[in-house]
Design a protein around this ligand. Structure first.
Ligand code: HSE
Length: 445
């Protein structure tokens, strides 16, 4: 029998930052893939809108096209890598490639966060796979860990710093005492934040990623639209300074918990104890903390974006598929990824502690109606601290609460906003009970 591995032909759609990294990585290590793993990998066709990218990346003209249709229509191509992002034409690329029996590898969190269920069914019907390691956590091999290494666990919690832009901004606000707008402008100037930073700073990017990770971790349907989402625009230098003095750090976390009442899944600025392992993840780095019932607490850290880190995840997926294809092993068809349908818990049922900063009139008697409003909503105050940040007519007052429900908190907030002496409900930040994340783990029992 001929044991020569057959060439695995790859189509690469998108030659931007990540696509360029993939082309370079494959060109650099192709001989090694063959000698070490017996995988003969070739980029048969690559597409990009800019013709100049082909020459820049050393892609021969006969292997380049400006039309993605040429890639998915090529009958020799086994695996299509989609790295253009966004919903269109990525959806059409997935549909065309899957229906013509090609495996898909993608980093497209916006698409997969919303439509993976439909696309996975299409893949299963056509006997092919969708692999998406690069869609969450960039170069961190978290999808692989959840799908393979941790599969013996019931995953209880996934909590991650899943967006590098916001972590960079919050880290600098923390280190330099600057306000959000100042750091954002500087981050844009330095290329850490996009000119339109909305998807990052308003939490959409992290919401897509936590939807993908929680679907895989809990074997259920979680889409981006199920994720309660709040960004970091309202976090101020004053809040970060207060957090610090209270022993907390503010992070934009994607949190997913597999609770008895359903999946609790949310993205919002969160106060966590300064000694928690996620608290020390700074700059543009990402980290994903996972608790499994058997393994206990684990933590995965790495670059969440960038050309080579993200390409590393893409190429890992490609090689795993190529290993089977090149040795004529059957590649298992996509299994409908959602073995069960767990309910999504409404954020209104969340019970947590809160940090609330009000800007109030600095006058005798101001606090009496404020405190009374907390009491009327059954929200118990644990600490009150007046800050000396005003001009004599107004000042901030920080309230920490005992555990309250989000439902009560939002009703309280509406009433506080309507109170005469309250000029502004400047911040409401949830203080996460990180000890609860590991409840139910048997690791140290
Ligand atoms: N914009 C993302 C971030 C990187 O800031 O982390 C790509 O997912």
């Amino acid at each position: 029998m001929d044991s020569t591995p057959r060439t695995v032909n790859v189509g690469l759609i998108g030659l931007g930052t990540v696509g360029g990294g993939v082309a370079r990585l494959i060109a650099r290590h192709r001989d090694e893939y063959l000698s070490a793993y017996g995988i003969d990998l070739r980029i048969k066709k690559a597409s990009a809108l800019e013709v100049s990218r082909a020459a820049e990346l050393g892609i021969a003209p006969e292997n380049f096209t400006t039309d993605w249709h040429d890639v998915v229509a090529d009958p020799d191509i086994d695996i299509v890598i989609e790295l253009i992002g966004g919903e269109h034409p990525a959806t059409e690329i997935f549909e065309a490639a899957l229906t013509s029996g090609k495996h898909m590898v993608s980093a497209n969190k916006a698409l997969l966060g919303r439509h993976v269920e439909r696309l996975a069914k299409l893949a299963a019907e056509n006997g092919v796979q969708i692999r998406c390691e690069a869609s969450a956590g960039g170069g961190i091999p978290i999808v692989n860990a959840l799908e393979h290494a941790l599969v013996g666990n019931e995953i209880l919690t996934v909590a991650g710093i899943l967006n590098g832009t916001t972590n960079y901004i919050l880290s600098r606000m923390d280190a330099e005492g600057l306000d959000f707008d100042e750091v954002l402008a500087d981050a844009q100037r330095l290329g850490y934040a996009e000119a339109d930073p909305t998807a990052d700073v308003d939490g959409f990017d992290a919401a897509s990623k936590v939807a993908i990770l929680s679907s895989i971790a809990f074997h259920t349907r979680v889409t981006t639209d199920d994720v309660y989402q709040e960004g970091i625009r309202k976090v101020s230098a004053a809040d970060i300074e207060q957090a610090k003095s209270l022993g907390y750090v503010v992070k934009l976390l994607g949190i997913a918990r597999n609770t008895a009442d359903g999946v609790d899944v949310r993205v919002h600025p969160t106060m966590i104890p300064a000694n928690h392992m996620l608290a020390s993840v700074n700059g543009a780095m990402n980290a994903v903390y996972v608790v499994g019932d058997a393994v206990g607490e684990t933590m995965f850290y790495g670059a969440g974006a960038g050309s080579f880190p993200t390409a590393s995840a893409v190429v890992g997926d490609v090689l795993e598929l190529a290993d089977a294809i090149s040795h004529n092993d059957r590649v298992q068809a996509e299994i409908e990824p959602f073995g069960r349908v767990l309910p999504i818990r409404s954020v209104e049922d969340l019970a947590t502690r809160y940090y609330i900063r009000l800007v109030v009139d600095d006058e005798v008697g101001t606090l009496a109606p404020v405190v009374d409003t907390f009491a009327r909503h059954g929200v118990s105050i644990s600490t009150i601290n007046q800050l000396h940040d005003g001009d004599g007519t107004k000042c901030s007052v920080v309230f920490l609460t005992h555990t309250a429900t989000e439902r009560d908190l939002q009703a309280l907030r509406a009433d506080l906003e309507a109170l005469e002496p309250v000029r502004e409900v400047a911040s409401v930040i949830r203080i996460e009970d990180v000890d609860a994340w590991a409840e139910g783990a048997e690791a140290n029992e």
